[in-house]
Design a protein around this ligand. Structure first.
Ligand code: HEC
Ligand code: HEC
Ligand code: HEC
Length: 146
């Protein structure tokens, strides 16, 4: 058993050093994102969570290009059979209504600032609420018609 005490203290120092940046920064580092998930009536996303976490921006571009350039379908179906609109404001945001405590949580943390909201309406606006029940995609006219 000779030396086991030393080995353990060496291990402790090692673990301490390796994790030093973590606990040293705890308290002053920026808080990791805390996400406000959709209400229970929306139990699943349009793709699996891992794909969404890493690739939602790719999916949004695919939807946009497919719909606007190739007249692709405006609707899709989740694996669980829920119909959704392939739309930023009428699709994503109809489930993820708390933009500030969902999208923005990650985006502020990773310093991403998508310009989509120059034209697309935030879920908090009355027009966006109307948009979800309307055939047309209502956009921010001040920007579009400028
Ligand atoms: C039908 C409702 C619905 C729609 C439409 C929808 N989501 Fe989701 N989304 C969810 C739910 C519910 C979860 C959590 C799923 C889970 O944890 O199994 C989720 C998870 C996510 C996540 C992963 C969050 C995490 O845990 O890290 C991201 C990112 C995301 N959605 C972005 C989007 C984007 C962008 C769109 C549009 C392209 C979209 N979602 C459309 C309901 C929806
Ligand atoms: C789990 C964290 C997370 C959540 C939740 C999340 N995003 Fe993102 N989003 C990211 C990251 C990280 C990037 C940057 C990826 C990169 O730079 O390659 C990004 C990039 C984007 C981009 C591309 C921005 C650009 O300028 O290229 C769009 C659009 C976008 N997100 C939309 C959304 C929308 C809409 C929601 C809410 C429905 C959302 N995201 C929720 C992490 C998230
Ligand atoms: C300069 C204004 C403008 C900006 C900025 C903009 N869009 Fe759009 N977007 C439009 C217009 C106009 C349409 C067409 C609306 C229609 O007829 O369906 C559209 C349609 C779309 C569609 C397909 C239809 C729908 O209802 O969503 C997607 C998806 C989309 N945009 C995603 C994005 C994303 C993601 C961003 C940010 C990275 C973005 N847009 C930024 C103007 C804009």
């Amino acid at each position: 058993m000779y030396g086991s005490g030393r080995i353990i203290s060496a291990l402790l120092v090692f673990v301490g050093l390796v994790t030093f940046p973590i606990w040293y920064n705890a308290g002053k580092a920026q808080q990791p994102p805390v996400l406000q998930m959709p209400a229970a009536e929306h139990p699943e996303c349009v793709r699996d969570v891992l794909y969404m976490r890493t690739s939602h921006m790719v999916l949004l571009n695919e939807w946009r290009d497919d719909i606007l350039r190739k007249s692709g379908p405006r609707f899709g179906v989740t694996t669980g059979g829920v119909r959704y609109e392939r739309s930023l404001q009428k699709g994503c945001m109809s489930c993820h209504r708390d933009k500030q405590n969902f999208c923005a949580q990650c985006h502020v943390y990773t310093a991403v600032d998508p310009n989509c909201w120059d034209c697309h309406l935030e879920p908090t606006s009355e027009e966006a609420l109307l948009s979800w029940t309307n055939e047309e995609v209502i956009l921010n006219e001040e920007v579009i018609l400028k």
